[in-house]
Design a binder for this molecule. Structure first.
Ligand code: TMP
Ligand code: ASP
Length: 236
């Protein structure tokens, strides 16, 4: 497979065309961004750590029967993925309160949510990724009803698999964001699963081991990502 031109440059990853029609190459850069791109820094080793972390988690999800776009790791910072038609939507599940839900609903951080709650956001940095509901998705034609159902179902299935995986490493999966796309008419998981797009706390101390370390200027960002990876068996 040959890597061709850059198709898209996101805040932390770049997407390249390849000479295979249904495959793309994802490059995980060392860039770290938060607050819809308002805070950006380069963190040494980040691209490699997230690329390998993502590959490991995607393979765990595949093994549990959840279809993902992941194909193979091809270098420290690059993976081959299936080419999807992405929905402009972010699916968030929350097991414990943190982040925007605390600000929006005036609740304290760290409250268990039973059952876990689900939110959709529109992927649009200029608008600050506003929260949307299923009616918006229908009315604006961002996804069809059956695809919306499937995204919800898959996002909760991921919760069942990953809550246990992180618990085995003595961590709590607080919340996470997933993005989906269509591949040959099927809804499958795209984008990435890394500590950039989820919240993970040490089970005993509740130390933050995810991108909140970057958002909140707590330091030790990549060290925390690597610790999470090692606790679940990722080899860097
Ligand atoms: P929030 O608390 O900012 O709404 O985010 C909930 C979770 O989803 C958190 O783990 C971060 C992740 N997330 C992203 O990674 N990107 C996004 O654009 C959004 C809205 C959430
Ligand atoms: N809203 C997410 C965050 O604060 C994603 C982003 O803004 O890049 O990290």
């Amino acid at each position: 497979m040959n890597k061709l031109e850059e198709l898209f440059r996101g805040k932390a990853k770049s997407v390249y065309n390849t000479d295979e029609a249904d495959r793309l190459i994802l490059l995980f850069r060392d860039d770290t961004s938060a607050f819809d791109g308002k805070k950006i820094e380069q963190l040494d080793r980040k691209g490699m750590v997230n690329n390998k972390f993502n590959a490991f988690v995607m393979e765990k999800l595949e093994a549990a029967g959840i279809a993902t776009h992941f194909d193979s790791l091809i270098s420290d910072q690059e993976s081959v993925v299936k080419r999807l038609e992405m929905f402009p939507i972010e699916c968030v599940v929350r097991n414990i309160t943190a982040g925007s839900i605390c600000r929006r609903l005036g609740v304290e951080e760290g409250k268990d949510l039973n059952p876990p709650t689900f939110e959709f956001f529109l992927k649009n940095d200029d608008l600050g990724d506003p929260m949307i509901n299923e009616y918006h998705i229908q009315s604006f034609g961002w996804a069809e009803a059956e695809h919306v159902e499937k995204m919800k179902q898959l996002t909760f299935e991921v919760n069942n698999v990953l809550k246990d995986l992180f618990l085995e490493g003595d961590m709590l999966l607080v919340d996470y964001k997933l993005e989906f796309g269509l591949y040959k008419g099927e809804v499958i998981l795209g984008d990435e699963f890394t500590p950039d797009g989820c919240r993970l706390w040490d089970k005993e101390t509740r130390k933050k081991l995810d991108k909140d370390r970057f958002r909140q200027g707590l330091g030790g960002v990549i060290e925390a990502y690597e610790e999470v990876g090692k606790r679940i068996g990722v080899e860097f």
